[in-house]
Design a protein around this ligand. Structure first.
Ligand SMILES: [Zn+2]
Length: 199
């Protein structure tokens, strides 16, 4: 099977799996209507968890208190465990007088595609653009597990203290980008890559 065939096959299976879960969710919803089950929906009303890639994140927010060149978005749409971990991290930072601004968090596949297209226009090629903005299928922002923290001093605080809460910096060229995985707490951070394309 060549790569293109394999990719389309795996996409098809993803849809099949999604359909199966959607049916299960419908089943739960029916029970919910009967008042027997509580429903677990994502942050955007009516979006079941299985469609997290399509959950739209905030595009902007109020100015970042320590540095108004950045914004501080509401953490809407992050995966539930990631949202809880982000809130814990912010609280821990605040206790030390550090304000973590969420310059960017969750993005839907459509939002990510827009950012990627903009980057391709700016950098000239998809390869160069990918060093800064990944296409939707590869972005951890689309999966709801990545945050971009600003300003610099706040990102530095996360780099020093985030790992024990499951947050790791991943790329040498993005001091602001952190990803959450609870395994980082026991296993430590993965090796820092030069960029998102590892080049
Ligand atoms: Zn990022």
């Amino acid at each position: 099977m060549n790569d293109a065939v394999r990719a389309s096959a795996s996409r098809r299976w993803a849809f099949v799996a999604m359909g199966a879960v959607a049916l299960a969710v419908t089943g739960v919803a029916t029970l919910g209507a009967a008042g027997r089950w509580a429903l677990a929906y994502e942050q955007v009303a009516g979006q079941p968890a299985v469609l997290l890639d399509e959950v739209v994140g905030a595009d902007t927010g109020p100015a970042c208190a320590p540095d108004d060149r950045y914004v501080d978005e509401p953490p809407r749409g992050l995966r539930a465990d990631v949202l809880a971990a982000w809130n814990r991290l912010r609280t821990a930072a605040a206790r030390q007088g550090i304000h973590l601004c969420l310059n960017d968090g969750k993005r839907s596949a459509r939002q990510q595609q827009q950012e990627f297209d903009d980057a391709v226009r700016r950098f000239g090629t998809a390869e160069l653009a990918s060093r800064y903005v990944l296409p939707p299928e590869k972005s951890m922002h689309v999966k709801g597990i990545a945050v971009d923290v600003q300003p610099y001093a706040s990102a530095q605080w996360v780099q020093t203290h985030g790992r024990t809460a499951g947050w790791c910096r991943r790329y040498d060229n993005e001091y602001w980008h952190f990803e959450y995985d609870r395994r980082y707490i026991s296993e430590g951070c993965p090796e820092l890559l030069p960029s998102a394309t590892a080049s």
